[in-house]
Write a protein that binds this ligand. Structure first.
Ligand code: MN
Length: 193
């Protein structure tokens, strides 16, 4: 994966009413664009210039390069996990199997992910990832954090920085989080596994 803007598989208005075109104009078009631009400037002439984005996020020390690389990778995974609300899918195959094994069922996974996202203090991300033992984990990460820094494979993420939901939901973070399930493309999550 490179440090560049991901190509979205949907138009800005296609995630409505879960995520509005206006939110995407700011969140994808401005916030992510800024992280991509900042990272390109910061890595120029450093050892990180030729590394792919996952490697930078996994290895860069805390600081500007990590913060911007983390936010690039996190947002790429965030925006590419969505599809239009009427294309709703369910986990299948190996993914469905390990969800049942590790959480009991999909509803239990959803409840735990919502709790992580809603209760996260300040800006950050809730993550579903595969740990080093092949087990699914739900974790909270502050700011630009990504479980890839602990060697996990990131699968699904909820952005709970206020810029992700304030235009559409104002201070109602819980409403935003619960609505996101309606646009998750589980086929994409399976591919990441
Ligand atoms: Mn964001």
């Amino acid at each position: 994966m490179k440090n560049e803007m991901p190509r979205l598989q949907y138009a800005f208005n296609e995630l409505e009413p879960i995520i509005s075109a206006e939110t995407l104009e700011y969140h994808y078009g401005k916030h992510l664009q800024t992280y991509v631009g900042n990272l390109a400037k910061l890595v120029k002439g450093t050892e990180y210039e030729t590394r792919d984005i996952e490697e930078i996020v996994a290895t860069a020390p805390d600081g500007g390069i990590f913060n911007n690389a983390g936010q690039v990778l996190n947002h790429v995974l965030y925006f590419l996990q969505f599809s239009a609300p009427n294309h709703g899918s369910l986990p299948e195959g190996r993914l469905a199997g390990i969800i049942d094994r590790d959480f009991g069922n999909l509803e239990a996974l959803k409840a735990k992910m919502e709790e992580a996202a809603i209760n996260l203090f300040g800006s950050g991300w809730a993550w579903l990832s595969l740990d080093n033992d092949g087990k699914l984990q739900i974790t909270q990460e502050s700011n630009a954090g990504n479980p890839i820094r602990r060697g996990h494979k990131p699968l699904l993420c909820f952005d709970v920085w206020e810029h992700a939901y304030y235009i559409d939901y104002r201070n109602r973070r819980a409403d935003y989080v619960k609505q996101l399930w309606n646009i998750i493309n589980w086929q994409e999550i399976s591919l990441r596994l």
